[in-house]
Design a protein around this ligand. Structure first.
Ligand code: TRP
Length: 480
């Protein structure tokens, strides 16, 4: 079986594909406004710490589990745990992939629509009027047919790439799209910095304002560190499973993190230099990209082109992430059920598109989760990013600590590493410590979310908060 399994064509190809998964809407849409509103560089420092303490150990864990077993998540947990209940962590990953892609595909469709909208000069009529732009955007996402049309086109691209397989599809696509994203973002940064007043945007994004940093922004930075590296649903297990034993997992992980962070910062720079140069509102938050940017592109020279380029990179970033989500599901049916790649991709790509249709409709007239008082779209988003992914990530860390063993994990990490003469016990302890810390932190985030949802008043009282933290830590200490 090992020989017939597809493998990445090159190390660079793997790094581009994995960072393609990591770089997505999270980097270009979420990070810039979160950083801008939560203390600029102060937020970025916390975020980088979270990436190193929580993100890196789990990223390494997922890559190692994948490479060791040469299987996608369900099979991988099954193999390393001798068919015990840990396989449910794998199933959770497949389920999360299903949930995330359903709404991610809808947003992917929006990016396509806005690329063509910009190209056709449509932003001109929105120049300087955020109200009109906001109305056009909400009419578009709330209408029935248009967004579904674009979503289906986006999903077809996604399925088309996955059907072509690991090497020519995923890797080939990433080798074209990732350099394009870097080059175009570089051009946009250059343009932004050359605009008069653009440098003020740099200050907004990078000047540390520690007073704007509060506990909730720290929790946000933690959650985002996790989301932006695509952790918690076995994407990196799946991508790691196409690696051979020549690769050094540690340096690969560092490259993925560096590229992901670098692109988030380039995106933030491009966006805020343009926003400040044009005197637009930097605190527009989530609406910044689809509502505010279209009103300011027409005001800069060659605006239609810059606007088109911007939405085109957003589209490519969403696509390279979306394919990594679909691959988790496709790989499961290939590995565990012996299906052909075509069948798995078309059937599940199709079902996910159908669920996506209901996500899109929920922003307009027809919402199947209306009794819960939340659009189906937001329901799936919150379910995945607040609960499923963090739980999947914590369980992955616990799996390594409790079942697989740190020793075997370190052994896998050291395959492909030339320098072998160092204190292994010391590194085992460091890894153990980091995995415990990351599992613990993520559990606390999930508890915080769950309590806020179920007992909104309970955590208002700081004493209750400390009590909760204390009991989780004590419980955890016994468990480990
Ligand atoms: N990392 C992606 C982003 O920044 C989003 C994401 C979260 C994701 N989990 C994932 C992508 C799993 C692919 C697979 O937008």
């Amino acid at each position: 079986m090992k020989n017939s399994r597809e493998q990445w064509g090159s190390r660079l190809g793997f790094i581009l594909a994995a960072s393609g998964s990591a770089v997505g809407l999270g980097n270009i849409w979420k990070y810039p406004h979160m950083a801008g509103q939560n203390g600029g560089a102060a937020f970025t420092v916390v975020y980088l710490l979270c990436i190193l303490i929580v993100g890196l150990p789990i990223l390494l864990g997922e890559l190692a589990i994948g490479r060791k077993t040469q299987l996608s998540p369900v099979g991988a947990f099954n193999k390393l745990s001798n068919l015990s209940n840990w396989k449910w962590v794998g199933f959770l990953g497949v389920a999360s992939a299903f949930v995330i892609l359903s709404f991610y595909g809808v947003v992917g469709g929006w990016t396509l629509k806005y690329t063509l909208f910009a190209l056709s000069g449509g932003f001109d009529s929105l120049s300087g009027s955020p109200d009109v732009s906001g109305q056009i955007f909400s009419e578009f996402i709330g209408s029935s047919l248009q967004p579904i049309f674009w979503q289906l086109i986006f999903m077809s691209f996604c399925m088309g790439i996955i059907i072509k397989g690991v090497k020519s599809g995923i890797e080939g696509g990433a080798k074209i799209m990732m350099p394009l994203i870097l080059i175009i973002l570089g051009l946009l940064v250059f343009k932004g910095l050359s605009l008069e007043g653009g440098k003020k945007g740099l200050e907004f994004l990078f000047k540390p304002k520690f007073s704007d940093l509060n506990p909730s922004s720290i929790v946000m930075a933690l959650g985002h560190a996790f989301f932006t590296l695509s952790l918690g649903m076995g994407t990196m297990i799946t991508y790691g499973s196409y690696l051979d034993e020549k690769q050094n997992l540690f340096t690969s992980a560092i490259w993925i993190i560096l590229l992901d962070t670098f692109i988030a910062m380039l995106a933030g720079t491009a966006i805020f230099t343009i926003v400040f140069a044009m005197g637009a509102d930097p605190s527009a938050g989530a609406g910044l990209i689809f509502v505010v940017l279209p009103t300011i592109f027409p005001q800069i020279g060659g605006g239609a082109i810059w606007g088109t380029l911007f939405f085109f990179i957003l589209f490519m970033a969403a696509l390279t992430s979306a394919i990594s989500i679909l691959e988790v599901i496709t790989a499961y049916f290939i590995d565990e059920k012996g299906w052909s790649r075509n069948k798995a991709t078309l059937l599940f790509g199709g079902i996910i598109s159908l669920v996506g249709v209901f996500c899109s409709l929920s922003l307009g007239e027809f919402n199947i989760t209306a009794p819960l008082n939340i659009p189906f779209f937001d329901f799936l988003d919150e379910l995945a990013s607040k609960y499923m992914l963090p739980i999947g990530g914590t369980l992955t860390a616990l799996f390594i600590l409790k079942k697989w063993s740190i020793k075997k994990f370190l052994k896998e990490l050291l395959i492909g590493v030339k320098e072998q003469k160092f204190d292994k016990i010391f590194y085992q302890n460091v890894i153990k410590f980091l995995l415990i810390v990351s599992a613990l932190i993520v559990i606390l985030i999930i508890m915080n979310e769950a309590f806020n949802l179920l007992f909104p008043e309970y955590l208002q009282n700081a004493k209750n908060g400390w009590l909760l933290i204390f009991s989780v830590v004590v419980y955890f200490a016994f468990f480990i």
